[in-house]
Design a protein around this ligand. Sequence first.
Ligand code: GDP
Ligand code: IMO
Ligand code: MG
Length: 421
Amino acid sequence: MNRLVVGGQWGDEGKGKIVDILAQNADVIVRYQGGSNAGHTVCVGDKKFILHLIPSGILHENKICVIGNGVVVDPKSLLEEKKILEDLGIEVEGRLFISEKAHLVMPYHKEFDAKKEAVLGENSIGTTKRGIGPTYTDKHARVGIRICDLENPDVFKEKLNANIKFINKLCELYEIEPFDANKIFDEYMDYAQKIKPFIRNTVYYLNGVFKNGRSILFEGAQGSLLDVDFGTYPFVTSSHPTVGGAFSGTGLPHKAIDRVMIVVKAYTTRVGNGPFPTELTDEVGNYIRDNGAEYGATTGRPRRCGWLDLVVVKYAAMINGADEIALTKLDVLDGLDEIKVCVGYEYQGRKIGFIPSQLEEFAKCKPIYKTFKGWDKTAGITDYEDLPENAKRYLEYISMFTGVRFAFISTGAERKQTIEL
Ligand code: GDP
Ligand code: IMO
Ligand code: MG
């Protein structure tokens, strides 16, 4: 059974925890898009791991992890992450393969990401400044430099020199120091030596795994509403977290995915800018942020918090063809008197049940809520029958509204704090 795990909201739904659980029954875990903008947290006992580029499956011994061709790789960040894992006693060598087709995040991508955000000021996207947008821009403009170029210094140098000419013209515009191609060359050749053992033609490798009937787990990063096509454009990331990205980001055929699971938080969060109809800027929002420790795993930014938006979740279920939901962080709502879910929007005096494509319209949508009675405690519960009746009513409504069954309900950050259905 090959599963795909994808975020059903604006990211940080708890994908890391769910992938960690599912990885036990997979042979190979593959990331297919994004880069080190992702922050996937896995808690095992009293240890907490935050993965950015390396699939969360790495925490299970004997599992192979693949960074697919659709991912953009910052070698500096990759090597730092590898070192953190190794210092914790987790073997990475021999278990991690990086696609030779994956594009490299270069120093100028990171600098331009930050610089562009600064210039945009209050119109900025609120990116993670990891160079993600500029790297995908170069990929699609066909001037990107790929992992395979690291293996051929002459080719690497030629491509780098050609890019730097243009990049340094932009530096004049941005009024920043020009980049030194020789310095970047030396830095990246050093990375090349360190990364060499991990480089593979992962398209052939993964197809071999698939043909041999071994099981593959696809780990999505970000969330469906951050998808460059289907998300709240332009306040999105530059890749395709949704199901289509898994094919273009790995080279596996559509038949290679048997089941799609969307991960949905029991409420909504968002980091960065852009419309968020159910956002709570009052003490309930603060309660959720405090109780859920809603601070970015990559940037440490406080996450914007609000009620669960079922219009968003139903849309994510639709575009991904979701078979199952993993609902996370139910325990964070423990202790609230009442809990609301958004079941539609009011726009220009009428009720709508969809997300308008024009962001200006979406920004004007007012949530229409259904209110549920709160409950005392769900934290740590591992059996559905032990959940408070009001929590069950909440869950049943979510499943009914979206038309998707639950596979997991998560009641705490720990691996074990999970109800499997
Ligand atoms: P991801 O990017 O989708 O993997 O999610 P993040 O790791 O960025 O954010 C999810 C946060 O919630 C992490 O700190 C997790 O440890 C934590 N978490 C996951 N599931 C649960 C849960 O059911 N309850 C609580 N309280 N925390 C959870
Ligand atoms: P995980 O995988 C939440 C957001 C940024 C910003 C927008 C564009 O942990 O769920 P980018 O740096 O990608 O160009 O930023 O996307 N963003 C995320 N938000 N979780 C993430 O990843 C995110 N990755 C990017 O905050 O709004
Ligand atoms: Mg995250």
